[in-house]
Design a protein. Structure first.
Length: 216
């Protein structure tokens, strides 16, 4: 049976994240939300983070500002601040896991994902770093992302899809995707295949030189 892991990046977003949580709860689906530090730094965002956890979803760190990919930055300490400041806010809500997803520059995999500084920090602090193998562009083509996602599901045994709990992105057509996955007997799981786990608990797993700036 083919599998898919749903993930939601760049939130939480008031009015959007709650609706996604309700849709997932109706179908008993568990996922991972990779949150931005600047979205959970106020009481509204923190409350949404609590709600995500209460629904049984995993929480990952997706940097504080999502502004510059780590491998593209030349600012010393930038990556550490982006990871550390977000993780501190996550930990304040009682979440002990250290799950991280790098900024992909429109969903691309490459040396922009990680700098040597970021890699060293993630390994030292025993993070698990997760990538993806499907980016259907729900945020910039909300009319056609479902078809792209399903095409990826057809091509691979286990799809890890990047969706976004932000405005004007996944929400409108999410029920349609879930219906199609059910119709085609695609198993929706919460875990990740090894091929997208770059680092697990601080140890490189599927990490390649091409994922780190200056190595490829």
């Amino acid at each position: 049976m083919k599998k898919i892991t749903l993930t939601f990046d760049n939130g939480p977003t008031p009015g959007v994240t709650e609706a996604i949580l309700a849709l997932l709860a109706e179908r008993g689906i568990k996922t991972t939300f990779f949150v931005l530090g600047n979205r959970i730094s106020d009481p509204v965002g923190a409350a949404l983070l609590d709600k995500i956890v209460a629904h049984g979803h995993w929480v990952g760190n997706h940097s504080f500002t999502h502004s510059v990919a780590f491998g593209d930055s030349t600012e010393p300490g930038y990556a550490i601040r982006e990871i550390c400041d977000t993780q501190a806010l996550i930990a304040e809500r009682g979440i002990s896991g250290r799950l991280f997803r790098p900024f992909g520059n429109f969903g691309l995999l490459g040396p922009h994902l990680l700098s040597e500084e970021a890699l060293a920090y993630l390994m030292e602090h025993r993070f698990t770093c997760v990538a993806w193998n499907s980016v259907p562009h729900d945020w910039d083509d909300p009319a056609r992302w479902v078809e792209r996602c399903l095409a990826d599901v057809v091509k691979q045994d286990w799809t890890v899809v990047v969706l976004h709990d932000i405005e004007n992105a996944v929400l409108t057509r999410l029920p349609e995707l879930l219906d199609a996955l059910e119709k085609h007997d695609i198993e929706i799981v919460q875990s990740f295949p090894e091929e997208v786990v770059l680092i697990r608990d601080g140890e490189p797993t599927s990490l390649k030189p091409s994922h780190v700036a200056g190595r490829s």
